[in-house]
Every structure is written in structure tokens, then in C-alpha cells.
Design a protein around this ligand. Structure first.
Ligand SMILES: *[C@@H]1O[C@H](CO)[C@@H](O)[C@H](O)[C@H]1NC(C)=O
Ligand SMILES: *[C@@H]1O[C@H](CO)[C@@H](O)[C@H](O)[C@H]1NC(C)=O
Ligand SMILES: *[C@@H]1O[C@H](CO)[C@@H](O)[C@H](O)[C@H]1NC(C)=O
Ligand SMILES: *[C@@H]1O[C@H](CO)[C@@H](O)[C@H](O)[C@H]1NC(C)=O
Ligand SMILES: *[C@@H]1O[C@H](CO)[C@@H](O)[C@H](O)[C@H]1NC(C)=O
Ligand SMILES: *[C@@H]1O[C@H](CO)[C@@H](O)[C@H](O)[C@H]1NC(C)=O
Length: 642
């Protein structure tokens, strides 16, 4: 007490005895927080004018942002800002609906502190720090004009080391690299850049907290970013993807640099990226239809050139009440209109694959759209953008705007992730940016991507039953390796565990019909949800189990995928309402020899409630799915009849 008092006296004496010019400029600080919420940002502008903040949960710092700023051909915009005025903080609520996603109705409050500042050469700019229920974010507003942004100094620094989950192939512009576990200090071997979304276990800083680093959607005004990291450091600095720069024309903001800070339950609920981009301008969304898609390319890559074979995939879609068949590379415009007539007669619509270089001019876009409309095709899968630079986001935004005007739906492949874009563009039903079923199965990846890639938008993983090994059917040996990493129970589980508003099931009609339980489960499968909850005993890299609600049929769906040994999983269906009892119809790995990777079985459990624990046997790298209904069908369960 007396010591502090003495210090205070000394400071006062120093201040009063120094002349005005010699008084050191003081750090200034602000707190940004939502009332009664555990997450807050403690913002500082130091005596050099540099902004930083600590993002805290329950009073302890989880991650910090520092050196917020950019270098441009028009002078530096930070990290040293001068003449800053802190505006009054603003409270805003983002309340909106989406078609795709883990849920469709969103309500997200945010508290924002804006600083209006001058850049190094006296132009107007701004810094925003925003805090939501589940994390902190910042962005910079750039001076109006025409110039180039060359680099960024902004840096995230974790408070403590912890396990991290990331893609091991940062040069991969299609975001199809493999996922691995590391830790925040090690990052990637060789000090390579890290791609977002980047998940870090922050438990050592604050109990049960995780951090997901991400950025908000790209509308063409900026390019995508990565994080430069040196082994041994907890600091991650923003760098523009592929050495790209940003061309400014007008008055723009950087994307939000987002640190989601949450426990696993709230992490799985986060929509921080979509919350912080513009709402859609599309007022009539009645033409936008999600649903499962039959798709032949995965099991038989040559089949898209065969109209008769495509008709057999249409027949499958029709039988299973799936709204679409996607015809991949190889289709011929001579027979597309005929296939559309055949499909429409069976209440199935056709989607067509294209390469992105067929959509690289305004004339090409207009001509493709005219064809799609004339043929009666409802949407396009556009592949091979293979870049995260600004020009690619500009091209994608242009395609999305033109497709929306023509009421045609979109699936981007060979591309960076959507980063919330499905809010602005609800006709963007899914996007690849994932090492999906075109690649060999990997049980570790299966249990990581629901907590990473799938949190920034629909993920076109294309879950099948793993009776084919990747493309071209594969050898017997490849097939065995494939199913060792994901049993048929796991393949079924993926169709619920992995969210995609267009869920492509890449499996032959004959194979699906042969798996009667799978066919019954797939029939009428939903692909969008009114609510989703990650279930107890889920953990990145080990297990992922989710419960989802589908209001149109008032049913609950469960999907689970596992990494590791055979086990008895305690399913706690916590998403069920408290006051009701359900029939739980489970389709899981056949309960016998672990080396039998392809058998599945059905178990019907009655009187299941939100507090029940239901034991489900899973094989090594196995999985299961289940449907909960209140009223049983004629055979006592919830599965559809064929
Ligand atoms: C990205 O990964 C895909 C799939 O593994 C591969 O075909 C492609 O060559 C990779 N691209 C780069 C730039 O490494
Ligand atoms: C939506 O409309 C507003 C107002 O006209 C416009 O400023 C904005 O650019 C539009 N957004 C998109 C994504 O087209
Ligand atoms: C096209 O598909 C049909 C139906 O499956 C099949 O009978 C025919 O042999 C296929 N044609 C070619 C050239 O593969
Ligand atoms: C439509 O389906 C009916 C049977 O359901 C069939 O008789 C008719 O030929 C089909 N029309 C076309 C154009 O395929
Ligand atoms: C579009 O792609 C085609 C085929 O790769 C190429 O020849 C053409 O130069 C591209 N056009 C533009 C405007 O990039
Ligand atoms: C269908 O299942 C039977 C019995 O397991 C098997 O012999 C047959 O090869 C399967 N057919 C296909 C097309 O998968």
C-alpha cells in the first residue's frame, strides 16, 4: 500500500516538474464487451499510435491482436495511426435467415468500438474492434482512392501454447491439403504459412476455450490471406495469399480478422464470419432449393458422357426423393435438354459441371447462363478457380450476381472456402475447399473438419459409402485401405456430420439399392437444418457426433464419425426437447468382426429423451447415423420405406 502510494507521488512529481513538451505520450485504453458476456477486448493505442488488443474470456487473455495495419502505394495505413478519435461504442444485432447451414435463423449481438484516425500521410482511415458472444475481431477502413495494398502487419498472438489443427499444405490454392495436428508454437514444419480456418486449443489459457482464426467473406474488394509463422513463436502475422496484392478503387474495408473464442459447444454454433458480411439483396428465394444430389463421376469418372447412364442416376434420385442429379465433366449439349426432360418428368432437376475458365469473361458468363436457362438446368458446379487472390473473388462475385439475376444456383469447386458468403448469396448451395471423397479417406481428418472447414460454410465433401476407393473405382487394395479409414457406417454418418446444402452422394445406384438400410436412410435425406448441436464426447481429432433438427418432418438426425479403435460410444442426444420421448432408429457398423468394414445394422431404441444415454457400438474408424421420431412407421422405426 505505502509502496504504491510512493510511486504515485513520484509520478505526480515527475509530471508536474517536466515541461509540457517532455511529457511522454500515454498509452490509451478502452474495453469493448457485450453486457454480462465472458468475452471482451481490452484495446490499447500505445504512445506511437499503434493499436493492439487482448481478447479475453472470463478475465484472462486467450489471444491478442497487435500491429494492426497495412502498407500501401498510397502510404502506410497503420500500424501507427495519429489523431484518433474514439467514437461512442455501438451495439448492433445481426438478425437474419440463411438457407444453408447448421441452422437457418441467426441472431447475433455485437459491440463495436470505432476509431477515426489519420494515416502516416494525413488521410482519413479507421480501425474497428468488434466483440461478439463468441469472439473478437478487427478491421481497417482505408482512405478513398485508387492505389495498391501491398502487405499487412497485423498479427495474432496466442497467450499460451496448445494443440492446433490445420491443413498441412499451405500452397494448396484449392484448399485440398491434408489436415494434421500440431501445436500453436510449432505450427507447420518448415515455418510454412498457415491457412485459415485455424483451430487452437486454448485450454491452458482459459479452461475449455478454443480459438478459431478466420476471416470474413471476400466480395472482390480484397484477396484471401494466410498467416506467416516462425516455429517456436506464438505469433501469426497476416500475409496475402500467393503474394497477391489488393487493388483499391474507392473506399474499402479490410475483411474482418476474426478470432472465435468459445467452448466446443459454442464453437460449433459460430457464425461470426456470416454475421459480419452484408445480408442478401435477393428478396425472392423460393427458387433456391437445397437437397441431396446423385452424382456419378466419383464411382465412374467416364459416365458423365453417357446419357443413358445419367438417366440411371436420375432414376436413383427419383427413387430416393433427391431433387437433383449432377452431370460432371463429359456432358454433351446435344443430349442435355433430353436428359432434363427425362429428369423433370421424375421430379428431378439437372445440375451441370463447368471449368472456371469457361466463366472468365462477361460474354462467357452471359452465354453459359443463356444455355442453362434454355436447357432447363437449375445450377452449375464451377471448378478449378485454383487461387485465393482478389481477382478470383471478383470473378466469383460477378458469377454469383449474374446467376442470382437468372435464378440459377451455384457450387464452386477447386476454390478457397466460402467464409460466410452464403449469407449474401443464398443460391451458393455449397463449395469444395476440402480434401473430400475424391481423395483417400482419413479418419483423423473426418473428426477435425466439422470443427474447422465446415464452420466457415457448406462443405462439398461428397460423402459416399466407401465401397469405391477414390476415383476410377480403385484396386481391391486401395478399396481396403479406404474402408479401413472409414467403414460404411462412417460413410453414412458423414452425410449428416458434414453440412452441405447440396449433399452429393457419389455412389452407384446398384450399390445403394443393394444396401437396403442405407437406401432407406438416404431416402428423403434433409441437407439443411433448423438447429444443430455438437454432442457430448466429441473432440477434434477423436470423435464428432452431432444432433440436427429438421422442422419440415419434425425429426432429429444424428451423425457420428470416429478416429481410432472400436468402441462403445455413449450417444447423449441432448438436442432432443426435454419433455418428449422418441423412437431412435440407428444405422451403425455391423456388430461383428472389425475387419468386416462394409456391413451395417439397424437398432431401434424406444423411450429416448434428451437425458438418455444410448450405447452405440462403432468399429475402428467407424461411425453411425440415427433418426429420432415421435411416431413410428409400420416396422416400429423411423426409416423411410422403399
Ligand atoms: C492441391 O491438392 C490437390 C489435391 O491433392 C492437387 O491435385 C494439387 O496439385 C495441389 N495444388 C498445389 C498447388 O499444391
Ligand atoms: C445490395 O444493395 C445495396 C443497395 O442497393 C448495394 O449497395 C449492395 O452493393 C448490394 N449488394 C450486393 C451483394 O449486390
Ligand atoms: C452407357 O450406359 C448404359 C446404361 O448403363 C450402358 O448399357 C452402356 O454400355 C453405356 N455405354 C457406354 C459407351 O459405356
Ligand atoms: C413421363 O413419365 C411417364 C410415366 O411416368 C411416361 O409415360 C412418359 O413417357 C414420360 N415422359 C417423358 C417425356 O419422359
Ligand atoms: C479464359 O480462359 C480461356 C481458356 O483457358 C483463355 O483462353 C482465355 O484467355 C481466358 N480469358 C480471360 C479473359 O481470362
Ligand atoms: C449386392 O450384394 C450382394 C450380396 O452381398 C453382392 O454379392 C453383390 O456383389 C452386390 N452387388 C453390388 C452391385 O454391389
Amino acid at each position: 500500500m505505502s509502496f504504491n502510494f510512493a510511486c504515485l507521488i513520484t509520478l505526480v512529481l515527475l509530471a508536474s516538474s517536466a515541461s509540457a513538451a517532455l511529457i511522454p505520450r500515454q498509452d490509451k485504453s478502452w474495453t469493448v464487451a457485450l453486457n454480462d458476456r465472458p468475452v471482451r477486448a481490452l484495446v490499447t493505442q500505445n504512445s506511437d499510435g499503434v493499436f493492439s488488443f487482448d481478447c479475453q474470456a472470463n478475465g484472462k487473455t486467450v489471444i491478442s491482436a497487435s500491429n494492426i495495419g497495412f502498407s500501401t502505394s498510397n502510404g502506410d495505413v497503420g500500424p501507427e495511426f495519429s489523431s484518433c478519435t474514439a467514437q461512442d461504442q455501438s451495439y448492433t444485432v445481426e438478425s437474419y435467415n440463411t438457407i444453408a447451414g447448421r441452422s437457418q435463423s441467426h441472431y447475433a449481438p455485437y459491440q463495436t468500438q470505432t476509431f477515426n484516425c489519420k494515416t502516416s500521410n494525413g488521410q482519413s482511415s479507421s480501425v474497428d474492434v468488434r466483440v461478439g458472444i463468441d469472439g473478437c475481431a478487427f478491421r481497417v477502413g482505408f482512405p478513398d482512392g485508387q492505389y495498391t495494398i501491398n502487405s499487412e502487419s497485423s498479427t495474432w498472438t496466442f497467450a499460451q501454447n496448445g494443440a492446433s489443427f490445420l491443413m498441412d499444405d499451405p500452397d494448396n490454392t484449392s484448399y485440398e491439403g491434408e489436415w494434421e495436428q500440431s501445436d500453436a508454437e510449432t505450427g507447420l514444419q518448415g515455418s510454412k504459412n498457415v491457412l485459415m480456418p485455424y483451430l487452437v486449443d486454448a485450454n491452458s489459457a482459459v479452461a475449455n476455450q478454443w480459438v478459431l482464426l478466420e476471416e470474413s467473406a471476400m466480395d472482390g474488394s480484397f484477396g484471401g490471406s494466410q498467416l506467416a509463422h516462425k516455429s517456436g513463436s506464438l505469433a501469426y502475422q497476416f500475409v496475402f495469399a500467393e503474394g497477391g496484392n489488393v487493388k483499391v478503387d474507392g473506399s474499402i474495408f479490410s475483411p474482418w480478422r476474426i478470432a472465435v473464442v468459445a467452448d466446443l459447444t459454442n464453437l460449433y454454433r459460430t457464425t461470426f464470419d456470416a454475421d459480419n458480411i452484408p445480408s442478401t439483396n435477393i428478396s425472392d428465394v423460393s427458387w433456391i432449393k437445397p437437397g441431396p444430389v446423385s452424382w456419378s463421376w466419383l464411382p465412374e469418372p467416364n459416365s458423365p458422357s453417357n446419357e443413358t447412364r445419367q438417366m440411371e442416376y436420375v432414376d436413383l434420385a427419383s427413387e430416393l426423393q433427391w431433387p437433383y442429379t449432377l452431370v460432371d465433366e463429359g456432358w454433351n449439349e446435344k443430349w442435355v435438354p433430353d436428359l432434363v426432360r427425362y429428369a423433370n418428368n421424375k421430379s428431378v432437376d439437372i445440375l451441370l459441371w463447368y471449368s472456371a475458365n469457361q466463366w472468365n469473361s462477361t460474354d462467357a458468363v452471359a452465354s453459359n447462363i443463356a444455355n442453362l436457362k434454355q436447357w432447363g438446368v437449375k445450377g452449375a458446379k464451377i471448378d478449378f478457380f485454383l487461387s485465393d487472390v482478389q481477382a478470383i473473388h471478383d470473378q466469383q462475385t460477378y458469377i454469383l450476381s449474374q446467376m442470382a439475376a437468372a435464378q440459377l444456383m451455384v457450387n464452386f469447386h477447386g476454390t478457397p472456402p466460402p467464409r460466410g458468403n452464403q449469407r449474401t448469396w443464398p443460391h451458393l448451395l455449397t463449395q469444395e475447399a476440402i480434401r473430400g471423397d475424391e481423395h483417400p479417406a482419413y479418419s483423423f481428418r473426418n473428426t477435425v473438419i466439422p470443427f474447422t472447414r465446415n464452420l466457415v460454410g457448406s462443405m462439398d465433401f461428397t460423402p459416399a459409402l466407401y465401397t469405391v476407393a477414390g476415383v476410377n473405382g480403385g484396386s481391391q487394395e486401395q478399396q481396403e485401405q479406404q474402408s479401413a479409414q472409414c467403414s460404411v457406417g462412417c460413410g453414412l454418418g458423414e452425410s449428416i456430420a458434414f453440412e452441405s446444402a447440396w449433399q452429393h452422394i457419389g455412389e452407384k445406384p446398384e450399390v445403394i439399392r443393394n444396401y437396403t438400410l442405407a437406401a432407406r436412410f438416404y431416402k428423403g435425406l434433409p441437407s439443411v437444418w433448423q438447429a444443430s448441436t455438437v454432442l457430448p464426447n466429441s473432440y477434434p481429432g477423436k470423435a464428432f457426433a452431432v444432433g440436427r433438427y429438421y422442422q419440415p418432418s419434425d425429426r432429429y438426425y444424428f451423425g457420428a464419425v470416429f478416429n481410432g479403435d472400436a468402441q462403445t460410444f455413449e450417444l447423449q442426444p441432448t438436442i432432443l426437447p426435454n419433455d418428449k420421448k422418441f423412437i431412435l432408429d440407428i444405422v451403425s457398423d455391423g456388430n461383428d468382426d472389425d475387419s468386416d468394414r462394409t456391413s451395417i445394422m439397424r437398432t431401434i431404441v424406444t423411450d429416448v429423451s434428451s437425458t438418455s444415454t444410448v450405447n452405440v457400438h462403432v468399429k475402428s474408424n467407424g461411425g453411425f447415423t440415427a433418426i429420432a421420431c415421435e411416431t413410428a412407421g409400420s416396422d416400429g422405426g423411423c426409416l423411410a420405406t422403399l
